[in-house]
Unconditional design. Structure first.
Length: 486
């Protein structure tokens, strides 16, 4: 911890913040540029016909692949955090993860057909887990305890995330429309390469603590762990070759793996002798929040499945005679995040102790996601190009309000509720809720079609609203379990 506690406050080389923040800001912005830029055109690449430059997959198969890929990104954050804690340290895992992400984008850009998608998405998912799991940790190492610049520094860092998420789909979508899918994937690769170059140039400014391994594996354990990982990968490869695991069922595999991992982690934490009675009670109070998070992400992550299909097939994207690229719809949410995140932060600060409790915020986020889906109903049942662009923008505004109600407080409350002996494991559980919800977004998208919109949006929207109401009604009970955490 000495590397954290002794960081000087005189380093103000980046907008009054430590100069290393500029490095982390840049690599995260470029990584999000590449990640969301690629994802903005991924689904339509999978199901567009070969004549239109795509792979011509069945639409249900395509949404299954996208959902499984998204779920694997969050599953791999657990692996990335473990590697940082036990093997390499957060700084090395972040850099290595960025290199793996770059390799994945290059594969998507240059390898033809399904092979490029398979290799590319696996590499991007695994690498993104390493980046996502450790970037925030590294920002924390830049500040001494009590440094009043910390909150402002994190605000700048998250601005970088959203700027990358905003610009990426705009540029890759435009390039895809003018030059083709592989040029769009190539631009994502160039963005990741730029991020790695600027990060490598500034790595020396990071504190020594960023390279330390907090809890090294005992001698000999690393080799056994590596062999176990290779054996698991071999088993998965064999299952794929035998046709047991297919593209149509990838999302189901990720859902099953995530459920198994979540149950195992909950059992570990709740059943351990190192968990006190008070800590066990608080973990039980976390269970409804975990389930609410799963429901929220199962709908929210349909931005990259159902909303992408909807934008391609149902949306009138004509503006003054110009056809807006499909991928640009993916930039609407980051725009609203940049505009509204400061408003929410100011609101919670002004309300202080009068602000809603965490269970109520989770309930609000889940219910608002349901409302967003119900807002599709007035536009349901029309033909191609019949849905107004302004209507979808309004719905995505509600998506953003739901996200700001739930997502920012998720990791925060997780760290507060975690038992002292299992802090990393409970944070991993929060990531697993996101992984499970994201994989489910692909599974649920398989039931969507323009002809079934009334039932699809009505059932999912109504269910989410009902879950939000139930959690709100149960919030006094949840608060008693999680006391003194509010």
């Amino acid at each position: 911890m000495s590397g954290v506690l002794q960081r000087p406050r005189t380093d103000r080389g980046f907008l009054g913040q430590p100069r290393a923040l500029a490095n982390l800001f840049g690599v995260e912005a470029w990584e999000r540029f590449s990640f969301y830029g690629m994802q903005g055109i991924l689904l339509i690449y999978l199901y567009h016909s070969v004549a239109r430059g795509g792979l011509g997959l069945d639409q249900g198969t395509a949404t299954s692949v996208v959902g499984a890929y998204g779920g694997t990104v969050y599953l791999s954050t657990v692996v990335g955090a473990w590697l940082a804690d036990r093997v390499l340290g957060p700084e090395r895992v972040l850099f290595a993860g960025g290199v793996v992400v770059l390799a994945g984008h290059v594969a998507l850009a240059v390898l033809p057909g399904v092979a490029g998608v398979g290799v590319g998405l696996v590499l991007v998912a695994l690498g993104s887990g390493g980046v996502k799991a450790n970037a925030t940790t590294l920002v924390g190492t830049l500040y001494a305890e009590g440094d009043e610049r910390r909150d402002a520094g994190f605000s700048l860092f998250y601005l970088g995330i959203n700027l990358g998420g905003l610009v990426g789909p705009l540029l890759t979508g435009l390039l895809r429309d003018t030059a083709g899918f592989h040029w769009g994937f190539g631009l994502a690769a160039l963005g990741m390469a730029a991020g790695l170059v600027q990060y490598a140039a500034g790595r020396r400014h990071l504190p020594a603590h960023a390279r330390s391994v907090p809890d090294p594996l005992p001698a000999g354990r690393g080799r056994r762990t590596a062999l176990g990982a290779l054996a698991a990968a071999a088993v998965l490869a064999v299952l794929c070759l035998l046709g047991v695991v297919t593209a149509e069922r990838l999302d189901e595999l990720v859902v099953a793996l995530t459920v198994a991992a979540s149950v195992a982690l909950f059992a570990l934490v709740l059943g351990s002798a190192r968990t006190t009675a008070a800590e066990r009670r608080r973990v039980l109070g976390f269970v409804p929040l975990f389930l609410s998070s799963v429901a929220f992400w199962a709908l929210f992550q349909q931005q990259f499945t159902v909303v992408a299909v909807y934008s391609d097939q149902r949306l009138d994207r004509s503006v003054l005679g110009w056809q807006v690229p499909v991928a640009w719809v993916q930039s609407v949410n980051p725009v609203f995040i940049v505009l509204l995140a400061p408003v929410f932060a100011a609101l919670w600060t002004r309300l202080g102790p009068r602000q809603p409790s965490t269970p109520v915020k989770f309930a609000l986020g889940t219910a608002l996601m349901g409302v967003a889906f119900l807002l599709f109903l007035p536009m349901a049942g029309g033909g191609p190009g019949s849905a107004p662009l302004a209507g979808l923008v309004g719905i995505l505004l509600v998506f953003t309000l739901a996200e700001l109600s739930l997502s920012p407080v998720g990791l925060s409350v997780t760290t507060k509720l975690a038992p002292a002996a299992f802090r990393a494991q409970l944070v991993a559980l929060f990531f697993l809720s996101t992984a499970l919800g994201t994989a489910l977004s692909g599974t649920l998208a398989g039931y969507y079609s323009p002809e079934a919109e009334h039932g699809y949006f009505g059932v999912l929207g109504g269910t989410a609203v009902a879950l939000g109401v139930l959690l709100a009604l149960a919030s006094p009970w949840v608060r008693r379990l999680t006391h003194p955490v509010r």
